[in-house]
Every structure is written in structure tokens, then in C-alpha cells.
Design a binder for this molecule. Structure first.
Ligand SMILES: *Cc1c(COP(=O)(O)O)cnc(C)c1O
Length: 391
């Protein structure tokens, strides 16, 4: 991601900014393509992880579909030339206006999260004299063993239709003539690093499939969502997640009926490692028991640490310089300028002795970074720079 001349490349760019390594993204996409093609799997990119045009263009060029969670994401995907036949639309709270956008573009599938939602889609589809393809997002009650804020597949979460509701949902669906049931959808959470969670999901999907088969309901599409986590601690050593093992696990454990297609919705695993937030040190301040390195980037640019105590590796870019100077390691609390105590990127972080003006990189920030940025404190919206723009 970085080499010895990175500081001279960044020297004249105003900080903070997101830096995207286009090569890393392409290599990731190459891998996804190669490993998913082995089994004929269909991969959708979860647009919410990073919706920059250039990133979306690159992802589309590899033939991935788009998994959208809002009407504007659907519009954005279409603007970036994703084929509506490869767009799926999830979310617990789809508004009427958003549903209409999706209907107008005849997207591939609505992933439905409640009976009431299905009734509304049916009504809106009827008004347009259309039939909407739907998948039932089923809450499989599988624990993803990840942070509680990004766990979505437990009964206590707001997502999906619970198993005990299935019978009545299927019964009611018979009356909704402008809906066509084409799939089952699952998504148990994000930043999942424990493969056994996915194995449990496969087992649960198998049970649920048998339930449908016993009722003579044929489902063409099984969408197992996304959630495969990345290594925030060792972004260079483990730049690519083990897509081979990931797809193989589904091939090994998911029982398919003839002709069934399997869909995935990967977000973080596609874009996390290609991005870093680049910032400069404004001040070094001595506290009572710690030193603070105060950056010109804060939670307004990267909210994950403040939002769910997420860890990101922090580096002083002078460590990449080819000099004879040996810097001593010093511990810093690396914080932003925002008026919130949670505006902290890391506590007691070991960095080479750091001074005002040093470049700091916050790694693995390509997913759920720039998309969550805000203008709180009336800050400027963060900009982005791509490796192929730098000469
Ligand atoms: C967020 C989301 C994804 C992607 O999750 P990642 O952890 O980024 O892979 C997939 N499907 C749905 C329905 C989502 O909400």
C-alpha cells in the first residue's frame, strides 16, 4: 500500500483525505471472481460499504451485482451502470418512495423483512401494474460472534422475519398477487471472522429449505448475505481475506436443490483494505498520564472507532521513509479535533516519536469510512484520492 516515496506523493495534498489503492482493489476483485466462479456463485457488492463512483465503476467492471439498502443507493448503482437485473434491495424500513424507485427500475429482487412491507410492495406494484420479485429475509437466529452493534441474525435484532412467523407469512403471501417469491435471504452480521458462524448459517439454511420443500415450495435463489471480516490488525500481511476458504465452505455445507443459484452480498471484504484515511498531526499535547497526538481528522471522517469501538491500525508514514534516522517509539492517544471525548482513534498507540506536521495513516478504512463521514462541527466533507491519480 505504501512505499518509501509515499510522503513526497502526499506532500502537496491538503489533509485529511481518503487514499484508495486501486491495485489492491483490483487484486481483491480478481480473487473474488476467481474463487466464486469455481462454483457459479453470484456476488453482489454491498454498496453501503463504499459508494464512491470510481470504486463502484471498478467493482461493476468485474461483473458483480449491487446490494442496496436505500433508494438513493439504487439510483447510484444505476448511474454507475449496474444492470437493474443485478440489483437487490434490502432494509427493514423501505419507504414508499424508495420502493417505487426500485419498481420503476424493475430491479432483480426486494429482500423483504416483514409481512407489512410485503403488503405495501404488493400495493405499490399493483398500482404500477407490475410484479415484484421478492426474497424473504429470514432471521436464522445464528450468532455471528461479532460486535453487538453489527450482529443482525439473532431474534433480538430488528432484521428479518423470524422462523416462527414463516407459516403465516407464506399463507398471507398467497393473497399478494403482485409479488413473486423467488428467494430466501439471510445476513447474520458484519466483520465475522469465525468461519463456524457461516457453517452454522449453512446448517440453518438447510433446515429452512427442507421446511419449504416439505410444503412443496420451490425457491430458485438462496442469498446468504455477506459479513466476511477483514484483518484490521495486520493489513499488509493479510491484505486479502481467504475467499477460497469462504466460498468453499458454502460449497461444502450448503445443500442445494437442482437449478438453485447462490448469491452473496460482500461489502467490507471487497473494499476495506484498499482504503486509508490520511491525516496530519496538528499538535502533540502532554496529558497527565499520556501524550496526545491531535490529528486534523476525526470521527467526522472516520466514525467506526467512536461508533463501535472499532480498532484501526495507526501508522506514522515516516516509518516508510528510507532514512538513517532511528526514531524512538512513544505511546500516544491518537485523537481527532471534534468536541466529543469519543473522538479517539486509538489509545496508547506505539508510534515513532511524532511531531506536528507528520502524516498519519489510519489503515483498513475503505469500508464504512468515507460513506459514514459527516459535517458535524460544520467540518468540510472529506475528499478522496486514488493511487492512479498520483504520479
Ligand atoms: C451491510 C450488509 C451487507 C454487507 O455486509 P459486509 O459485512 O460489509 O460484508 C450484506 N447484506 C446486507 C443485507 C447488509 O445490510
Amino acid at each position: 500500500m505504501f512505499n518509501t516515496d509515499i510522503i513526497s506523493k502526499f506532500k502537496n495534498i491538503p489533509t485529511p483525505f481518503y487514499y484508495y489503492d486501486v491495485e489492491v482493489l483490483k487484486q481483491t476483485l480478481d480473487l473474488i471472481k476467481k474463487e466464486s466462479d469455481k462454483y457459479g456463485y453470484i456476488v453482489h457488492y454491498a454498496t453501503k460499504a463504499n459508494a464512491n463512483n470510481k470504486i463502484l465503476d471498478s467493482i461493476r467492471s468485474y461483473g458483480l451485482g449491487a446490494d442496496c439498502v436505500s433508494g438513493n443507493e439504487i439510483k447510484k448503482a444505476i448511474e454507475c451502470n449496474f444492470d437493474p437485473k443485478h440489483i437487490v434491495f434490502a432494509g427493514v424500513g423501505k419507504s414508499d418512495a424508495e420502493i417505487n424507485i426500485a419498481l420503476d427500475h424493475s430491479i432483480f429482487c426486494f429482500n423483504c423483512e416483514s409481512l407489512q412491507e410485503m403488503e405495501v410492495i404488493n400495493e405499490l406494484a399493483l398500482a404500477k401494474n407490475k410484479t415484484a420479485n421478492i426474497a424473504l429475509r429470514i432471521n436464522p437466529n445464528v450468532n455471528a460472534n461479532t460486535h453487538k452493534y453489527i450482529t443482525t441474525g439473532l431474534e433480538e435484532n430488528k432484521f428479518g422475519i423470524n422462523l416462527w412467523e414463516l407459516e403465516s407469512v407464506i399463507e398471507s403471501l398467497k393473497e399478494l398477487k403482485n409479488l413473486k417469491l423467488i428467494g430466501l435471504h439471510f445476513h447474520i452480521g458484519s466483520q465475522i471472522t469465525d468461519m463456524s458462524s457461516f457453517k452454522s448459517l449453512c446448517m440453518r439454511v438447510n433446515e429452512i429449505q427442507s421446511w419449504f420443500v416439505s410444503r412443496k415450495i420451490i425457491i430458485e435463489n438462496i442469498n446468504v448475505g455477506g459479513g466476511w471480516g477483514v484483518d484490521y490488525h495486520e493489513p499488509d500481511k493479510n491484505r486479502f481475506v481467504d475467499f477460497a476458504a469462504y466460498f468453499k465452505l458454502y460449497n461444502d455445507f450448503l445443500e442445494l436443490r437442482p437449478g438453485q443459484k447462490v448469491h452473496f452480498e460482500l461489502g467490507r471484504a471487497v473494499v476495506a483494505q484498499c482504503g486509508a484515511l490520511i491525516s496530519k498531526v496538528l499538535y502533540i499535547k502532554k496529558g497527565v498520564c499520556t501524550n496526545f497526538a491531535i490529528l486534523d481528522a476525526g470521527m467526522t471522517e472516520l466514525m467506526r472507532p467512536a461508533l463501535y469501538q472499532a480498532y484501526h491500525k495507526i501508522e506514522n508514514l515516516k516509518q516508510y521513509q528510507n532514512t538513517r534516522i532511528k526514531y524512538q517509539d512513544v505511546k500516544y492517544d491518537v485523537v481527532g479535533p471534534i468536541c466529543e471525548s469519543s473522538d479517539c482513534f486509538g489509545k496508547a498507540v506505539n508510534l515513532p516519536e511524532t511531531s506536528r506536521g507528520d502524516f498519519i495513516a489510519i489503515r483498513t478504512a475503505g469500508a464504512y469510512g468515507e460513506v459514514m463521514s459527516s459535517s458535524y462541527n460544520l467540518r468540510d466533507r472529506v475528499k478522496s484520492i486514488y493511487s492512479d491519480d498520483l504520479k
